[in-house]
Design a protein around this ligand. Structure first.
Ligand code: SF4
Length: 350
């Protein structure tokens, strides 16, 4: 990575200040921001209303993040598209485009790799390389829009990486994605998923954003959670629930518990009971995810009948439960698998 600041990672106010220091009026910042974040051009040449001298100056002074598509898989079953992108330093990152009745959604990555070590997850198999810049997160959405021609209405930060482990860049990204000078996405259409970094949940609550926070819970007891998620060694479920309650009380936004059902690991009667007790205690909605098989971990996907039975047990207790649709079953399924396959096959990109 170069030492220069990245111009596409600057929120509008910062861009305005930077340009003012170079003697440019505010309307130039508006024009530039619009080209980058609304019109989604990926070169200065296309910014036809900016003076040539200004473009040359900016080109020399700043980095301008561009990403390249390396692979694209399209599901023949449901139209889900999985993308592998190379960042400017050739780091590989996955993103997914999904069509729903309510609109088009993109799932983006927030880090190159991940250091959280969740046992059911392929994204962490190669460890963490680095954090993604705000522009590198934005560009995954922009590139998918450019490639598919489809408008993106919803964004989930649930791909590779732990978003709260890249906190400052995540918050900048959220502000930029919802900026009225750019994509102007509604905060309510954005979901951020965390494995549960407790102090950061408190920080996020104080940011006053109306995003949805999804907590990857996956087990309702400390003992079981520690077996599948190393983060549970640091924060207990009690601490997590206190943070969730604070988040809900501060933002008024209901938390979602993500619960990957793993056959014979976390799907007993007792676990269903413990799970609904936790959900009731913080008023959470539960999203059940039939786990994608990860060959390296030996995890099996449960039968759909078992998933439905688990759901009914929770619903009988008045809990709001959904089952995540398994999309793109015919393409490299689990998050991180496409990237992992490219890394293990080759280890580099040209
Ligand atoms: S589930 Fe999320 S936090 Fe856990 S290892 Fe995978 S990417 Fe990281």
């Amino acid at each position: 990575m170069s030492d220069k600041k990245d111009i596409k990672s600057m929120p509008f106010e910062l861009l305005t200040t930077e340009l003012a220091e170079r003697g440019y009026p505010k309307f130039r910042a508006s024009q530039l921001y619009r080209w980058m974040h609304k019109d989604l051009v990926d070169s200065y040449e296309e910014m036809t209303n900016l003076p040539k001298k200004m473009k040359e100056e900016l080109q020399t002074a700043y980095d301008f993040t561009k990403i390249r598509m390396i692979d694209r898989q399209i599901s023949q079953l449901d139209g889900t598209q999985k993308f592998l992108f190379a960042m400017p330093d050739n780091s590989l990152v996955e993103s997914v485009f999904m069509k729903y009745k309510f609109g088009n959604s993109v799932c983006i990555s927030s880090q190159v790799g991940c250091r959280m070590g969740c046992r059911f997850c392929a994204s962490t198999l190669d460890g963490l390389s680095r954090n993604l810049l705000p522009a590198e997160m934005l560009e995954q959405i922009y590139a998918i829009h450019r490639i598919t021609g489809e408008k993106i209405s919803h964004v989930v930060v649930m791909g590779t990486g732990e978003p709260l482990d890249n906190y400052d860049n995540l918050v900048t990204f959220l502000h930029m994605l919802t900026d009225e000078n750019g994509q102007n996405l509604s905060m309510r259409n954005i979901t951020v998923s965390t494995c549960g970094i407790v102090p950061r949940i408190y920080d996020l609550a104080k940011e006053d954003l109306s995003i949805t926070l999804a907590l990857s819970l996956h087990a309702p007891t400390d003992e079981k959670r520690r077996q599948i998620m190393p983060i549970a060694e640091t924060y207990s479920i009690r601490e997590l629930m206190d943070a969730c309650r604070y988040y809900f009380d501060t933002t008024g936004r209901r938390i979602t518990f993500e619960y990957s059902l793993i056959a014979n690991v976390n799907d007993t009667e007792e676990e269903a009971r413990d799970l609904w007790t936790l959900a009731k205690s913080v008023g959470a909605h539960i999203n059940l995810i039939p786990v994608n098989p990860v060959k390296e971990r030996g995890y099996q996907q449960p039968q759909m009948t078992a998933v439905r039975a688990f759901k009914e047990k929770l619903e009988k207790q008045g809990i709001n439960v959904s089952i995540r649709r398994v999309l793109g079953r015919d393409i490299d399924g689990a998050c991180g698998q496409l990237r992992h396959r490219h890394l293990t096959e080759d280890g580099s990109v040209d």
